[in-house]
Design a protein around this ligand. Structure first.
Ligand SMILES: [Zn+2]
Ligand SMILES: [Zn+2]
Length: 242
């Protein structure tokens, strides 16, 4: 059978190994958190850690996405070809990611979250307390960072699984309608792609404009705002990406 991916076999093998290790570590960590928790307050703390982990993953997804869209260009060392190109191509070809299989969709996020899970697994105490709370937060953060690319892919899919459609309908994962706000040109808001709950908050705070102002002071040559400037010069209103 022909390969369905267009990158090296070595990276593919690394992704498969990372996904396997990710689930092994997450399972072990989940078991340790569960057995260390015994009171109603402890289980409530696990619930709070899950909620904060979801919000943190959403925030991280927004910052990473904003950086890919806004900082550097395709010639930037290390990140240009593998990271920035991917984000900018996504605006012109939003459906492209729906062709990625499970390994390509989720491999890289497993690679970057493995160290977080490994530290949390090593540090998990045997009883309830603030240490357990932080390890639970790290576990949920890892789980939801893993989920981010999958949720983003489903937001673009013509026929996502029924369970994903249900979660989208209730706003529990990134919905196509919510994510479309980012895909309306010039792609300068609603960068969070795990669930999107942080998007209105960060938009109201003008958080990403503040990051851009900081970069404009220290390294203005790194900012890529061509699309936004062209859009403003043409006096256009936001439009659908198709
Ligand atoms: Zn984008
Ligand atoms: Zn998208």
């Amino acid at each position: 059978m022909a390969d369905t991916y267009s990158y090296s076999r070595a990276h593919r093998a690394f992704e498969i190994a990372s996904i396997t290790l990710f689930f092994a570590l997450l399972g072990h960590l989940g078991w340790r958190l569960w057995t260390a928790t015994s009171t109603a307050g402890g289980f409530a703390a696990l619930g709070l850690a899950a909620l904060l982990g979801y919000l943190a993953a959403d925030f991280v997804s927004g910052v990473v996405h904003w950086a890919g869209d806004t900082v550097g260009d395709q010639s930037t060392p290390i990140f240009g070809k593998n990271f920035i190109t991917h984000f900018r191509n996504h605006h012109t070809d939003p459906k492209g990611i729906t062709w990625h299989d499970f390994v390509e969709t989720n491999g890289n996020n497993c690679i970057v979250t493995l160290p977080v899970l490994a530290i949390a697994d090593y540090a998990t105490p045997s009883g309830e307390g603030i240490g357990l709370f932080f390890c639970a937060f790290a576990a949920f953060l890892g789980l939801f960072v893993f989920g981010t690319n999958q949720f983003h892919k489903w937001a673009h899919a013509d026929r996502p699984p029924a369970a994903a459609r249900w979660l989208q309908r209730w706003g529990l994962i990134l919905s196509p309608r919510h994510h479309q706000i980012h895909h309306d040109a010039p792609h300068d808001k609603y960068y969070c792609i795990t669930v999107g709950w942080m998007n209105p908050v960060l938009h109201k705070l003008r958080f990403f404009r503040a990051l851009e102002r900081i970069i404009a002071v220290f390294r203005p040559e790194l900012l890529y705002l061509d699309e936004r400037k062209a859009f403003a010069a043409a006096g256009e209103r936001p439009r659908r990406a198709g």
